[in-house]
Design a binder for this molecule. Structure first.
Ligand SMILES: Cc1ncc(COP(=O)(O)O)c(C=O)c1O
Length: 373
């Protein structure tokens, strides 16, 4: 059975509404950031979603990370702690400011706990970046936020992959001093390129707005200003997707539940995530993660799933989401992340959910039986 109605690029679901908004902006000759109408609306909506005072719409999540670190005062001679899995631009943001990078190993959750971060902290630590990955929260977020706060070290939450995710009862992105969202084409809200940086502290927000290129934003002293603002057409693409997000998440979580139940019986899979009903409700429903016996099993399963038309991700060689492809490595890895694999949950009519989950489980079972190990 093929699932022709499966939509993996969720932005396709609101194309008509997006087209209408882009048309309105073009017709009004309103495409710049200055004088924009959709951009401030998107910024207010994103800030409300994460429970932050303000959001600044930018051209990418990567720009958002640089702005967040710059807004927090990270400077040459300091160090930024980043997780072993995330995206290469976390370390690049620190390096761009002349700071050193230390990499915290991740656990089976694909995120570090406080135990992996604490030994890396020194008087030079200027900030810690914690990423909520694969549509799920970093489970140790409350403890990490509390321990860092007690030491006066700022926390940046990388929420590029975490639209609609909750961490311990609060939105992912509501725990640290700054949060970053991405709207690149692989994200739940996808505009090609784009991002937002969020914070609460008015001086930090004003500074980030200024250095991002808002020419109306004064600063106490003259500063070098760059240009990384989002344009109006990008915001026009994002807003309808944000309106649709609750409906999308309901559908994804329903299918995610079917997939988790079906995969629970597949021999060789451990560490299915989300694991519990509560975990499912905290996730955005877009992925189901698992650990396979070896990296070879994971690679083979990824190849078989892709050939069968399922969306999946395996962090193989050269993947810029993992430290293996970065210039700095974790000192003491905890897990071999190449054993991890996740499958993407498509938008699919509810009547096809059970069959989809069944076929996915059958494909994975066959792949694991074939695996040479
Ligand atoms: C965890 C994480 N952080 C940051 C980014 C960077 O976002 P962007 O592609 O919008 O620069 C990504 C993008 O893949 C990501 O997955």
């Amino acid at each position: 059975m093929s699932f022709d109605a499966a939509v993996y690029q969720y932005s396709h679901l609101t194309v008509d509404h997006q087209r209408h908004q882009v048309d309105a902006a073009l017709t009004a000759g309103r495409i710049a950031t200055l004088g924009a109408r959709y951009i401030p609306r998107l910024e207010r909506r994103a800030a409300a979603l994460l429970g932050r005072a303000e959001a600044i719409a930018v051209d990418s999540g990567s720009s958002g990370l640089v702005l967040a670190l710059r807004g927090l005062g990270v400077r040459p001679g300091q160090e930024v702690i980043i997780p072993e899995v995330g995206w290469v631009s976390m370390g690049a943001a620190a390096a761009a400011l002349g700071a050193g990078v230390r990499v915290a190993a991740v656990t089976e959750t694909l995120t570090p706990t406080w135990e992996q971060i604490a030994p890396l902290i020194t008087p030079a630590t200027g900030a810690v970046i914690l990423a909520h990955l694969r549509g799920r929260p970093a489970p140790d977020t409350p403890r990490i936020a509390a321990e860092l706060s007690a030491r006066g070290i700022p926390l940046v939450e990388d929420c590029a992959q975490a639209w609609g995710v909750t961490a311990a009862g609060r939105p992912a992105g509501a725990w640290g001093q700054a949060a970053v969202l991405s709207t690149n084409t692989y994200k739940i809200i996808a505009t090609g390129e784009g991002g937002l940086v969020l914070a609460d502290e008015p001086r930090m927000l004003g500074f980030m707005r200024a250095v991002a290129g808002d020419t109306r934003q004064p600063t106490p002293q003259a500063v070098w200003r760059g240009k990384s603002r989002m344009n109006e057409l990008t915001a026009a693409l994002a807003l309808p997707q944000l309106d649709f997000l609750p409906t999308l998440l309901d559908s994804l979580r329903a299918l995610q539940q079917h997939v988790i139940s079906a995969l629970a019986t597949v021999e060789g899979i451990t560490g299915l995530a989300p694991a519990t009903a509560e975990d499912t409700s905290q996730s955005n429903g877009s992925l189901v993660g698992m650990w396979l016996p070896t990296a070879t099993h994971a690679e083979q399963a990824a190849n078989t799933l892709s050939r069968a038309g399922f969306g999946c991700w395996w962090p193989g060689p050269g993947d810029l989401h993992t430290a293996a492809a970065w210039p700095v490595q974790p000192e003491q890895p905890v897990v071999d992340v190449r054993r991890y694999l996740d499958v993407q949950i498509p938008w699919l009519p509810a009547g096809e959910h059970a069959a989809f989950a069944h076929q996915l489980a059958a494909t994975l079972t066959a792949a694991l039986k074939e695996s040479p190990c």
